[in-house]
Design a protein around this ligand. Structure first.
Ligand code: PEP
Ligand code: MN
Length: 347
């Protein structure tokens, strides 16, 4: 795949030598953006929290040696000022920072009116698309012109206990409908995926990267380290530059030509089916209202569990015959039933 929007580099800058050798290897693959964390917000005190300011010089040197654009994570106004003064090309707002509007505002103010720097804004730790959009707006309102959103998955109760519950395989649950919703609300904003922090382990980076491209993401941010197993942070998820090369060679990039006219017949079928769905739902709710009146008149309880179980059972059987997923139909019926109960409660 072409490397225009591939951002790669170690989780953290550790030594000058590690930064230079990783940068050199990535530049030789054609990577144009090199990342390395200098200030690392860690869950536990005592973990490696980054080399700090000294690493700015290493990033600058990596830029001079390789020609790549270089960037790091910033978590407060001081980091922002240092990053700008060091001439970094891009910075990113980490997931822990995006959750905090005061910190985001302070950084946006520190970058006020900066038209050159590229600011990547990761989703917040918690699955809240409005918080993510709010952070993006703070930078837009501060006059930052080059912004990219980064989807890195969401921390959930389940993912923290993934060893106990192996069905949750991700470090941070992707919850793809959230970045899709961001794209719907901000269609002009470029959106890239950070499969490394979603995965938490290097074997899952390739399938997640492909999924992001299938969903029309604009690029990828991937953690790469010259000796990943010896990394001081996020060792299990980092790739070697060689592994990144294989990944980039195997990813399938989809065409972005406008095929809307060819799809228009199918889309008009979808439009009329959706009209039927909504009309049917409205009719169903009307019948539910009449049932509510009847129950009210005859002093009957609103919820009759036996009836609800029969409805679900019967609809699931029909759904299975028609090849619909059980998950979809269960979710839809839960919502429909909830709405029906609400309508009847309002009597
Ligand atoms: C990182 O990119 O190294 C990082 C700490 O990311 P996140 O904020 O997504 O956890
Ligand atoms: Mn990391």
């Amino acid at each position: 795949m072409n490397c225009q929007l591939i951002i790669a580099g170690p989780c953290a800058a550790e030594t000058e030598q590690q930064v230079m050798s990783t940068a050199k290897a990535l530049a030789s693959l054609g990577v144009k953006y090199f990342r390395a964390g200098l200030w690392k917000p860690r869950t536990q005190p005592g973990s490696f929290e980054g080399v700090g300011e000294i690493g700015l010089q290493w990033l600058r040197q990596a830029k001079i040696n390789t020609g790549m654009a270089v960037g790091t994570e910033i978590a407060n106004a001081e980091h922002a000022r240092l990053a700008v003064a060091a001439g970094l090309d891009f910075v990113w707002i980490g997931a822990r920072t995006t959750t905090n509007p005061f910190a985001v505002q302070e950084i946006a103010d520190a970058l006020n009116g900066n038209r050159e720097i590229l600011v990547l804004i990761k989703n917040p730790m918690n699955p809240d698309v409005n918080l993510w959009i709010g952070a993006i707006k703070r930078f837009q309102q501060a006059g930052v012109q080059r912004i990219i959103a980064v989807h890195r998955g969401f921390s959930t109760y389940n993912s923290q206990f993934s060893t106990l519950n192996p069905q949750f395989i991700y470090r941070n649950d992707p919850q793809w409908y959230l970045p899709i919703e961001l794209k719907r609300q901000m269609p002009k904003l470029p959106l890239i995926c950070d499969p490394s922090h979603i995965a938490g382990n290097r074997d899952l980076v390739a399938p997640l990267s492909q999924k992001a491209l299938d969903l029309d993401f604009d690029g990828l941010m991937i953690e790469c380290h010259c000796s990943p197993d010896e990394a001081w942070s996020d060792a299990p998820q980092q790739l070697t530059p060689e592994q990144l090369k294989t990944l980039l060679n195997t990813l399938v990039v989809h065409e972005r030509v406008d095929r809307n006219s060819e799809l228009s017949e199918l889309r008009s079928q979808i439009d009329s089916l959706d009209t039927m769905l909504i009309e049917t739902l409205a009719k169903r709710m009307q019948v539910s209202r009449e049932i509510g009146d009847y129950k009210h008149k005859h002093n009957m309880p609103i919820v009759q569990t036996g009836r609800y179980n029969d409805v679900i059972q019967n609809r699931l059987e029909l759904a299975e015959q028609l090849g619909l997923s059980e998950h979809l139909v269960k979710q839809i019926y839960q919502l429909i039933h909830e709405e029906s109960v609400n309508i009847q409660l309002k009597k």
